[in-house]
Design a protein around this ligand. Sequence first.
Ligand code: ADE
Length: 263
Amino acid sequence: MASHGNKSEEEAAITEAPNTPISTIVIIVAMQTEALPLVNRFQLTEDPDSVFPEGVPWVRYRGVYKDLNINLIWPGKDSILGVDSVGTISASLVTYASIQALKPDLIINAGTAGAFKAKGAVIGDVFLAVDCAFHDRRIPIPVFDMYGVGLRQAHSTPNLVKELNLKVGKLSTGDSLDMSPHDESSITANDATVKDMEGAAVAYVADLLKVPAIFVKAVTDIVDGEKPTAEEFLQNLAAVTAALDNTVTQIIDFINGKCISEL
Ligand code: ADE
C-alpha cells in the first residue's frame, strides 16, 4: 500500500485526486437496449481492434465528445443463449478488463433498475447511487457477513447532484430480477431505494483498482408495487431508456472540463 505520511487514507485520496480535467470515461451498460441510444447520441463507433481477449462477446464503442474520450462498454450477448450478458459476473469482468486496457479517470455504470415506492420512487425516475451493496451474498459468520454485503461508496458528486437536481439513494445489487423473501430482508437491511443486477459488482472492481465510479439508474419497475416485475420491466424498458439517455448526456456535459474533485 502506498505510504501517505501522516494523512488518513481518505485525506490522501482527496489531496491526491488529480487536479487535471477528466479525459477518459468508461460507461458500463449491461443491456443493448440501454446502450444503443447512448452510442447514437455520442456518435460512438464499435472498436474494430478489440482491447478485449479474442472470442469474448464484450463490445467497446468509442468516440470523442467535447474534451472527453468516451468508451461505452457493453458485455454483449451470451455466446450460447444470445441474450444480453446481464448480472454481476459479466459486469465485474468487463469492468476489470476495461480499467486494465483503458485506464479511465471515471467509470459510469448506467442502466435500468427496480425501485421502491416506499422510498419515493416512481417509474422513469433517474437515481444517482450514494453507495452500493449486495443483497444475495448471505454468509452468516462474523465479518464474512459484511464481506458478503460488500458495501462500497460511490464517488461523491455533490455539485453534480445539485446542478442536475438528481434523486439520490442507496443501490442494492443481486443476480436476480425478481425478489425472494431473503433478498427482500437484505435489501431492507441495506436501506436501498434502488435494486439492480450490476452496480455493486462494478463498485467492487472500481474500488479494488482505485478508479472513481458513479452509478446512474433509471427506474423501470416498482419492486414493492402490484405489477409482476418482469412484465413491468419489459413494458417500460424503451421509454425509461430514453430518460436514462437524457440524464447520462447531462452528466457527461457537466463532467466535461472538470476534475474529479469538482464533481
Ligand atoms: N433492472 C430493472 N429492474 C430490475 C429489478 N427489479 N431488479 C434488478 N434489476 C433490475
